[in-house]
Structure formats: C-alpha cells, structure tokens
Ligand binder design. Structure first.
Ligand SMILES: [Fe+2]
Ligand SMILES: [Fe+2]
Length: 223
C-alpha cells in the first residue's frame, strides 16, 4: 500500500525526505486507496457470518450489524475523500486489483480463523490511525497549505454532524481518525472473543446498558 500510494513512514528517513514529502494530493491518494481496502473486511466478515447463520440455522449474537456498520463507515470515508479528488484510471485499476485479491484472500482466511482475521484488521486499523495522525501533523506543521482554509465536503458535515466552526479539513481528519480508533478497538475485542460470544458492541447491548445506567441513576436519585 505504501508503494502504491508513494508513502514512506516518518520513522527512518522521514516524510520530508526529497521525493517522499506528502502533498495534499499524495495524502488523498493514500486515503482513497486505504479506504477502498478498509471497507472490505467488515462486509466480507458480515456476509460470511450471515451465510453461516442461515446455513446452520443459528443465531449470530449481534456480530453482523457491527461488521456491516464498519463497512458502511469505511465507505463513507472513501466517498468523503472522493469529494476532494478524482482518481485516475491507474488508481481505479489498482483498487480493482487490490479488492479482488484482498476480498478472496480475506474471505478464505475468515472461514479458517475469524479470530486471526479480526486481530489482523485491528492492526490494520492501527496503521490507519497512524496515517491520519501523520497527515494531521503535516497540516499542523504547515506542509499542507491548500487544506488550511478548506471546508469539509457537505456530505461529511452531514454524516458526522460536524458543528459550526469545526468543519475544516483538520476536523474531518480528527473524525475519521476517531472512527479508525474505534474500528481498532472493535476488531481487537472481536479477536479476543469466541465465535458464540455475544458482540459487546451490538446496539441491543448498548440499549440494555443505557437502560441499566438509567435505572442506576434513578435508584441513586431516589436514595
Ligand atoms: Fe476508514
Ligand atoms: Fe477503519
């Protein structure tokens, strides 16, 4: 991915090394490629678990919705960045190639060991967090002047409900990075669980937790 997107890690020779300094265009290229790949695992895993549930006529314990939600979130990252750049035919070809290889490889691996796959995705998400942190750092250090006064696309403002006064590209990168950090947490957690364990991130459990918190708060008030 680093080779395809002309990226070199800041450790070692550094991003500012001649030929590897990241411009706005290079960052967007990296974001688009990264997000086009990042949207695959959630959908592949969700689909496989859905099919398994149908086939075995057993419950999934709330994993599918979280996985599909992750895939949707990644696709929104991609669609947002596509508002800032138009990928050329070569990029589209690389995305096509990467998707074919990654989707088949990941699906096969998920059928063999879902736990290892979630762990792998957890580490990929950590890399995504590092990428966005470095981009924010570049922006803060004045290396990305075109983004300093640029507004986030309308689609992003609506999706993340970005408040007035916090709709710049820096805020957008902070929102995206927060999503990646959540994906990292979710995937590392799913990697720790057994396949029949309930998904702790399921909306059903979130509602139950919120209700029990309300009950605790209510009990405290009465006391
Ligand atoms: Fe993403
Ligand atoms: Fe992610």
């Amino acid at each position: 991915m680093d080779l395809v997107t002309g990226y070199k890690s800041q450790s070692g020779t550094g991003l500012t090394t001649k030929g590897y300094a990241m411009s706005e265009e290079k960052w967007i290229t990296r974001f688009i490629f990264l997000e086009s790949v990042a949207g695959v695992p959630g959908m592949a895993a969700g689909m496989l678990r859905h099919l398994k549930s149908l086939r075995q006529m057993k419950r999934d314990h709330g994993w599918i919705e979280t996985l599909l939600e992750e895939a949707y979130n990644e696709r929104m990252h991609l669609l947002t960045f596509l508002k800032l750049a138009e990928p050329g035919p070569l990029m589209r070809l690389m995305v096509l190639g990467a998707q074919s290889v990654f989707f088949s490889g990941f699906s096969l691996a998920y059928m063999i060991s879902p736990q290892i796959c979630h762990r792998f995705v957890g580490y990929l998400e950590e890399e995504a967090v590092i990428t966005y942190s470095k981009a924010i750092n570049d922006l803060d250090n004045g290396h990305l002047p075109q983004w300093e006064n640029l507004q986030a696309p309308q689609m992003a403002i609506k999706y993340w409900q970005m408040p007035e006064g916090q709709r710049c590209i820096r805020s957008l990168l902070l929102y995206v990075r927060a999503d990646e950090a959540k994906h990292r947490e979710v995937n590392h957690t799913l990697g720790n669980l057994n396949q029949t364990d309930p998904n702790p991130f399921s909306a059903k459990f979130k509602v139950r937790d919120a209700l029990s918190q309300l009950e605790v708060d209510g009990a405290k008030k009465q006391f």
